[in-house]
Design a protein around this ligand. Structure first.
Ligand SMILES: C[S@@+](CC[C@H](N)C(=O)[O-])C[C@H]1O[C@@H](n2cnc3c(N)ncnc32)[C@H](O)[C@@H]1O
Length: 295
């Protein structure tokens, strides 16, 4: 019931965005993410796509002898499932939303245009309808933070992964210290069922769900952001005091530090953790199921 509410909420929130949508609009999703990075919104999306590209590199899809069985968890319109299918993965897209331009029905447009094929499953990521040991890779792109119980959802993901298989959490937002000073999430964000946890919360939940090897990557989207913030210093309107401080830090202080090669190195090597903790960040985490573990 809770999950249905979340999904209905998502469809309701998207209704206005997709009211004038066309098939071409859908097909342009990747183009609009990639094309420009001048305004904040686009800049932000471009960074997310860089993070996705990094995760795809780490999936080594072209090296796999047999076709990689990949589950795209809460796949939305399936635009990323389609990109993965184009790279040769044998994909299944799962989401609670079916409606065209929001959910799984959108896949018809991608498949027709790109001559791809992937299965679609209308279902709940909190009750995965798959046999144990079914997938080599599970991708959660901006998705698992919609689960009301992330640890439970991760346990189910681990069960459906084959021994040696990996989960990629990509562009999952983290709760941060500065967020504590912001107004509580209300309205659309609440309806959509946003339920992010801290970076530590994700790592702990992965451990508790039984994942054995957990690796975090420095997000290329953040690197890009640091490199371009001085020129594209438009971060939107702060929601509260916390965001004001955060915007000052990432809009003014970090770009200054970033000019020095020594600081650039330090930021990338050591500051991700404190950065994610204080400011919040989209994470890229790879977590694997031990090759010796069955379900
Ligand atoms: C932010 S969107 C991400 C969609 C897609 N992964 C992407 O990156 O474009 C979140 C998605 O989660 C789906 N969702 C929310 N709760 C869900 C649940 N319990 N089971 C399956 N899907 C769910 C929504 O329908 C929505 O498509």
């Amino acid at each position: 019931m809770r999950a249905e509410t979340a999904s209905l909420g998502w469809e309701t929130c998207q209704a206005e965005t997709v009211a004038d949508a066309t098939d071409q609009w859908l097909l342009d999703t990747e183009v609009s993410y990639r094309s420009a990075n001048i305004s904040h919104a686009r800049h932000f999306s471009y960074g997310m796509l860089l993070n996705f590209d990094k995760a795809v590199d780490e999936m080594h899809l072209s090296e796999a002898g047999n076709r990689t069985q990949l589950l795209d968890l809460a796949a939305g319109t399936t635009w990323l499932t389609d990109l993965l299918a184009q790279r040769g993965a044998s994909c299944v897209a799962l989401d609670m939303a079916a409606a065209k331009y929001v959910g799984l029905e959108s896949a018809d447009v991608f498949m027709k245009k790109h001559l791809t094929y992937y299965e679609r499953v209308l279902g709940d990521m909190n009750k995965l309808p798959f046999r144990d040991n079914s997938f080599d890779i599970v991708l959660s792109h901006s998705a698992i933070h919609h689960s009301p119980n992330i640890r439970d959802a991760l346990s189910q993901v681990r069960a459906v992964l084959r021994p040696g298989g990996s989960l990629f959490l990509v562009n999952e937002p983290t709760l941060s210290l500065s967020g504590l000073f912001d107004a509580p999430i209300t309205g659309e964000e609440q309806v959509r069922g946003e339920n992010p946890t801290s970076l530590f919360g994700y790592l702990l939940a992965l451990r508790r769900a039984g994942f054995s090897s957990i690796r975090m990557y420095f997000p290329p989207g953040l690197s890009h952001r640091l490199d371009t913030l001085a020129e594209t210093n438009r971060l939107g309107d702060p929601r509260g005091k916390g965001q004001k401080v955060k915007y000052f830090f990432i809009g003014r202080i970090l770009p200054l530090w970033n000019r020095s090669p020594v600081f650039r190195y330090i930021i990338r090597r050591y500051l991700f953790w404190p950065y994610a903790f204080v400011v919040g960040q989209f994470v890229i985490i790879k977590a694997s199921k031990s090759a010796r573990q069955a379900a």
